[in-house]
Ligand binder design. Sequence first.
Ligand code: UDP
Length: 364
Amino acid sequence: MAKQLALVVGARPNFMKAAPLMAAVQAKGRLQARLIHTGQHFDANMSNVFFRQLQMAEPDLYLDIHGGSVNEQVARVILELDKEFTARRPDMVVVFGDVNSTLAASIAANKLNIPLAHVEAGLRSWDREMPEEHNRIVADVLADYLFTPSPDADENLAAAGIPAERVHRVGNIMVDCLLRFKPAAEQLAAWTAHGLTPRQYGVVTLHRPSNVDDQLALRGIVEALVEIQRSVQLVFPVHPRTRARMAEWGLLDALQGSGVMLLEPVGYLEFISLMTQSRFILTDSGGIQEESTVLGIPCLTARENTERPITIQVGGNRLVGNRPEGIIAGYRALQGGAVAPQQPELWDGHTAERIEAILYEKLS
Ligand code: UDP
């Protein structure tokens, strides 16, 4: 009988990492995968749209766990996964990235002695105030198979004392998704629907707690956006967390009044489509730093650090911090137009196939 994988996803950045692996497993037909969605992100535009657009089947199991404190969420996911993994013991649990569901699933698998694979292992911002950093560290320490996207991740794992035989550099699985759906995204021409002119607009996303849960920081960023909007149109699909804070602190009107185009979070195809024709991206997202690198679009990262240093090394990404002066200076320093960063090794669209092959070999 084919060996069973349980893939656990919970939040937006997981879906574009799980979709290529589900597709690779199905294409090869020698492993079976069950997709479990914890419900951490549950809104239509933060979850459902991705299943449809990424041509991924509905989750086999939906736990519907959201709301409450982080500890409550993590604890409930562990309890529900404990029941699930006990009832239908998988041969391997696979987790992605650094979200709270990744942490919870890693613990649940570990306590039941089920082998654990971590996709996107080894990334470190070295910023212990970043909630995702703890999640990455725990998943890496507990994982039996660590799939890394870049040499820096291998080095971080070696420095953490993780045995080299557990570490497999396979490349960046998000890039599989990006390369597969880029033609459809370009065809969609989402910029037209929003009345935007190619290369005459910048795309903004923000959701890191250090930027949006701190009133002073968020005010400063909004100030920078209003200033940049004076010289170039900004389009900003607003994460629900960010919208809630901006509403609470009365910042939505200032932004809207300045002409910044505020949208609800958009689907994957729309977002990639908007990115492909943008002049630059301003973001605090991890994944978008990588996608902008592959698309050759200059990226200003509104953070002091990044767990994706390779996106800076190869060209297109720059850390500008979250103070208005830094963000505005970063914008002014842009040369305009696309950059042609060198592509990191193995960011070639075949990462999921490499992971499938290793999992198959290890489980045989
Ligand atoms: N994304 C999207 N719609 C949006 C904003 C982002 O589909 O309105 C996609 C983006 O292309 C990338 C992923 O969401 O694939 C990144 O997720 P997020 O920024 O939430 O998480 P992070 O990468 O920071 O963990």
